[in-house]
Unconditional design. Structure first.
Length: 177
């Protein structure tokens, strides 16, 4: 597990930002592939992976909200799977990788289940800005940063190397709505 002390950091515009490692990026690319798979199945492009402390992928999923149940987020599925299959110490040392920052519902599930670090490719702020640019009406739930919901969460993201690819998936999803 990567602890806050282990992570490299740099200062960007006066704020500290954590550098996402190549290992992180490998898992994030898997999430983007899952998001693409969701889009290909007519769903919103979100994908997530749960990785154990030893680096093993434990669970992976993508969005399943196209059927009308808007709680079928992959991050929520990860929290439920982890609660059923992992001991609390295993949950705490696992990492959740995701193509998009958790919504408040998924953040809360993450916190209640006691999962470890979260790494995301794009932030809620980025998605909100893109949706506004495209003239979309905001959703029924306020987009909040994960740490607004779970203050002690260890969170790294966004990954600027993946932002354009994720943005394009969301732009393409406009045509499936």
């Amino acid at each position: 597990m990567v602890t806050p002390a282990d992570r490299s950091h740099m200062v960007i515009g006066g704020s500290m930002a954590f550098v996402i490692t190549e290992t992180d990026r490998t898992h994030l690319r898997r999430c983007v592939d899952l998001a693409r798979e969701a889009l290909e199945h007519g769903d919103e492009p979100f994908g997530s992976v749960l990785v154990g402390a030893d680096g093993t992928e434990l669970f992976a999923d993508h969005n399943h909200v196209a059927g009308g149940d808007h709680t079928q987020h992959p991050e929520f599925a990860i929290a439920r799977w982890a609660a059923q299959h992992l001991r609390p110490d295993q949950r705490a040392t696992a990492t959740v990788y995701t193509s998009g920052e958790h919504c408040p519902m998924c953040s809360a599930a993450h916190g209640w289940v006691g999962l470890g670090r979260i790494v995301y490719a794009t932030s809620s702020a980025q998605l909100t800005a893109w949706q506004a640019e495209w003239g979309l009406t905001p959703g029924p739930v306020r987009p909040l940063a994960i740490t607004d919901v779970v203050p002690d969460a260890v969170v790294d993201g966004p990954d600027p190397d993946l932002a354009d690819e994720v943005r394009e998936l969301h732009r393409r999803s406009l045509h499936t709505r």
